[in-house]
Write a protein that binds this ligand. Structure first.
Ligand SMILES: Cc1cc2nc3c(=O)[nH]c(=O)nc-3n(C[C@H](O)[C@H](O)[C@H](O)COP(=O)(O)OP(=O)(O)OC[C@H]3O[C@@H](n4cnc5c(N)ncnc54)[C@H](O)[C@@H]3O)c2cc1C
Length: 394
């Protein structure tokens, strides 16, 4: 085992899983530059082999219960795996995928067999269509509709930034019910891809270079059976909030991994690079940058592991919601500062796309935006502070 891991109170099983994930991340790292220079893509056979290896190593669907084919890991273990996924650029670590874990508890038998279990096996892949042109931070402002027609629902609306649409074979669609006893409330639906009426409006280019695209997707009176409603009509945004909590914690975990890699790589460079006959690491202004990064990484890791443990201890979901906001806010902003310092330490090399710091500098920016931007996380934390008091949160 690597020295230092024991300081977080990790058990032997946790450390073994962490090492397995670290070893797999180390296998992926050599492919980063090829992906970067090839629009984020690797040979499809290689991508399939990487997913198969993630499954074989027990690093896939760590968040799903064993009964549906997942690994049934604790939340802390899920964090340990995603932390290692975060050490890899160009989203190559996403092959350690986490399918929708909020679903099994509310899925019908049909939904379990059609979508959940095949997803746990890596045979089916989801994407989420929630955000709209005028509804991002404020999910309650969505205007996409679901209308009941006989035994179908008809889904209509344009969705933005639908991540992994090009990889997915089903889409989760959040809509406002336009009629019936729950008219005006939100509900979540699943639609297979392709289904007539679902089309790509356009697929914009984004700052990072990854194989997963984020197109604007149009749903034009798309007919899905009533069996594709997830949960009940009155369930509103329950699943979205549950997914946000999970994803915010996992964003924090991946930011820890990114920061660790950046500190390790920039430290190695600062040791080897001599300027004016002196190793960079002996220049105090450079040493101070590294020290700040290490201190911030330590703080972020401690709070992220602690939050994962409070999930496993069954803490109140509202308290967890605030804690996930705190770790997502702090870890994503920390990782961006660490990436900025790493670019500075690498100097001109840090501006080259073949350099890990350059790639992370671009890739980490979105961690402060998606799954709720930093401002939204601050609002959630302040709201819970006002309602519950400091002692409930920290
Ligand atoms: C690469 C990428 C992938 C994504 N993938 C998906 C996906 O798969 N599925 C999906 O549904 N969505 C996805 N999103 C959407 C993402 O969740 C939203 O972009 C995010 O929630 C912010 O919404 P917005 O872009 O509409 O910004 P806006 O809501 O317009 O906010 C703009 C700015 O205003 C700030 N702001 C907003 N409200 C307040 C307030 N009350 N007080 C203070 N400041 C405020 C925000 O913090 C932000 O800085 C993705 C986005 C990106 C960039």
């Amino acid at each position: 085992m690597r020295s230092g891991t024991a300081m977080y109170g990790l058990g032997l099983e946790d450390q073994e899983l962490q090492e397995r994930a670290r070893g797999f991340a180390d296998e992926l790292i050599p492919f980063e530059v090829e992906a970067e220079l090839n629009d984020g893509r690797l040979d499809p056979a290689l991508e399939a082999a990487q997913q198969a290896r993630a499954i074989e190593l027990g690093l896939y669907a760590t968040n799903l219960p064993v009964e549906v084919g997942g690994r049934g890991c604790t939340t802390l273990q899920q964090v340990l795996v995603q932390e290692q996924a975060g050490r890899v650029t160009n989203a190559l670590g996403w092959c350690m995928h986490t399918p929708p874990a909020w679903w099994p508890a509310v899925a019908t038998e049909h939904q379990l067999e059609t979508w959940v279990k095949p997803s746990a096996r890596g045979q089916r892949h989801e994407c989420y269509a929630i955000t709209e042109e005028e509804a991002g931070s404020d999910v309650s402002a969505i205007v996409a509709t679901a209308r009941r027609v006989g035994d179908d629902y008809r889904l209509t609306g344009d969705k933005w930034h639908v991540t992994s649409y090009n990889e997915a074979d089903y889409v989760l669609f959040q809509a406002v019910l336009s009629d019936g006893p729950h008219a005006g409330a939100q509900a979540l639906f699943v639609a297979d891809l392709p289904t007539p009426g679902i089309s790509v409006v356009r697929s914009p280019a984004y700052t990072h270079t990854i194989g997963h695209h984020h197109p604007i997707v149009r749903f034009d009176d798309v007919a899905v059976p009533t069996a594709n409603l997830i949960g009940g009509e009155g369930d509103g945004m329950t699943f979205v909030y549950e997914w946000f909590r999970f994803e915010r914690l996992m964003v924090a975990a991946r930011c820890l991994g990114a920061a660790e890699r950046l500190v390790e790589e920039s430290t190695a460079f600062a040791r080897a690079r001599h300027v004016g006959g002196v190793p960079l690491i002996d220049r105090q202004l450079v040493a101070a940058m590294l020290a700040d990064s290490v201190a911030e990484l330590f703080a972020a890791r401690a709070m992220t592991y602690e939050t994962a443990r409070s999930f496993d201890a069954g803490a109140d979901p509202k308290v967890l919601h605030a804690r996930c906001s705190m770790v997502k806010l702090y870890a994503s902003e920390m990782a961006n500062r660490v990436a900025d310092r790493a670019v500075q330490i690498f100097g001109g090399r840090g501006y080259m796309r073949e350099n890990v710091a350059e790639r992370f500098f671009r890739e980490l920016r979105v961690e402060r935006i998606w799954e709720g931007a930093s401002e939204i996380q601050r609002l959630i934390v302040a709201d819970q502070l006002a309602k519950r008091g400091l002692s409930a949160l920290v």
